[in-house]
Design a protein around this ligand. Structure first.
Ligand code: ARG
Length: 441
């Protein structure tokens, strides 16, 4: 399979390798390539990115196309339109967050949208990618409220044929946010609404928002790496630093994902970071998924036992003794629905639970499943102790989570919620002598 790989593809894979491990890149390329061509991704590009980062964006999209992937691009032109209206002396008015589109506004808007579309198509073609601007025929609409909003369209139906024809002929479809009535009345469509409707019609594997900030930002202005709606949504909306724009964005994304298959994910990233976001586990941007259930079991069923053993052995690259689980006095198992993350808790000293195994696949880690599992663990166990080897790659992360850490030879013993100094001493002594369950090398 690898021997008859075309030269370009090989080069590109090497390039991807520079991002992280080429294994990761290959895995994602394989994953994305398995999906039907027209359902890989819908990429929504805001007007500001079109204006300020056209070149980076064309480069990132051209790169995907050379890998054999065909994203469907949808773009707005808001800021360009504001500028043009100002220049033309046409007042800007919004109602319910929508641009009031009088005939005068439409007269200015149409050429602006056409120009933005052509600029992106040209930038792509300049990079040797065939691209097709699609200005009409996708969003069938009717007037939302002629009196209040003018020529603002409410989408009635999404026609994918123009998009599919473009893809079939080897072109990247670049769709503008214009709709029309069956009789041909052109209407202005809000870009977020257009994106949502297009995504529902296409049901893509990935939904990508290219923005200037490159992700959703937390209270300190840092990009939030992953959000699982199931576990983080309510908590996030309750934060006072989540301002109205971000709140709206989260609500819209939740509404969008609620109607799509559970494996669909949204990535918010920048043009510059798109490749890294798509082809590494940790990504570069904010990944949002519906998320999965993390269930609690007081006994480990034979099926879970088998899956857990495989998960542990694969992740740690070692083998477990056949009796490893039976040797343990169990408190219970936290198990992620997809079987890609688990925490095994056993009976420790003086009623303090011992975190015996904690495992998350690297891919699930990038989705934030490790953090979600940890949160579930903390909710259930106010006190806890565990150990890890000093050289363990996640030692640094444990260090941040733990309240106390004690070095014990090759081990570091961590604890949470234990204040009694004497008890801590006993926990530490206990942890270092625990059976690991691994076959000794
Ligand atoms: N490459 C994967 C994807 O695009 C995972 C990305 C993880 N991204 C993140 N911001 N945590 O689906």
């Amino acid at each position: 399979m690898e021997t008859d790989m075309p030269e370009v593809r090989r080069t590109v894979i090497e390039l991807l390798g520079q991002l992280g491990s080429s294994r990761e890149a290959r895995q994602y390329l394989k994953q994305f390539s398995r999906i039907e061509e027209s359902r890989f991704a819908v990429v929504k590009v805001g007007g500001a990115v079109m204006r300020d980062h056209l070149d980076e964006m064309a480069a990132a999209l051209a790169f995907l196309h050379r890998l054999g992937l065909t994203p469907i691009v949808l773009h707005g032109a808001g800021p360009q339109l504001d500028e043009a209206m100002e220049a033309a002396g046409v007042p800007i008015e919004k109602r319910d967050g929508l641009r009031v589109t009088t005939e005068d506004v439409m007269a200015v808007a149409r050429p602006v949208i056409y120009r933005a579309n052509a600029a992106l198509v040209d930038a792509l073609e300049a990079r040797g990618v065939r691209a097709r601007g699609i200005l009409h025929g996708v969003f069938e609409a009717q007037l939302a409220d002629r009196e209040r909003l003018g020529l603002v369209g409410e989408i009635q139906r999404v026609e994918l044929e123009p998009v599919q024809t473009a893809i079939a002929s080897g072109s990247l479809p670049v769709v503008a946010c214009l709709g029309e009535s069956p009789a041909g009345q052109v209407m202005n469509i809000n870009a977020d609404i257009a994106a949502r409707e297009l995504v529902w019609a296409v049901e893509p594997h990935k939904v990508i928002f290219l923005t200037g900030t490159g992700g959703l930002l937390d209270y300190s202005g840092r990009v939030i790496s992953a959000i699982s709606l199931r576990t983080d949504y309510d908590h996030l909306l309750a934060q006072d630093w989540v301002h109205s724009g971000m709140r709206l964005k989260l609500q819209q994304i939740k509404e969008m994902l609620d109607r799509l298959p559970p494996e669909t994910s949204v990535s918010i990233t920048s043009a510059e970071n798109l490749t890294r976001e798509l082809f590494t586990h940790t990504g570069a941007g904010t990944l949002i998924r519906r998320g999965e259930a993390i269930d609690w079991y007081e006994a480990v069923s034979p099926e879970h036992r088998e899956q857990l053993q495989i998960l542990l052995e694969d992740s740690f690259g070692r083998n477990l003794r056949p009796d490893w689980l039976e040797q343990r006095e169990l408190v219970g198992l936290l198990w992620a629905e997809s079987g890609r993350a688990a925490a095994l808790i056993t009976v420790g000293v003086d009623g303090v639970p011992y975190l015996d195994k904690f495992v998350v696949t690297p891919e699930a880690q990038g989705e934030g499943l490790g953090a979600a599992l940890w949160q579930a663990l903390r909710q259930r166990f106010p006190t806890l102790y565990w150990r890890a080897r000093a050289g363990n790659p996640i030692a640094g992360w444990y260090f941040q989570q733990a309240h106390t850490t004690h070095r014990q030879g090759e081990w570091i013993v961590y604890s949470i919620g234990v204040e009694d100094f004497e008890l801590l001493g006993r926990l530490t002594g206990d942890a270092r002598h625990r059976d690991s369950g691994w076959v000794q090398a």
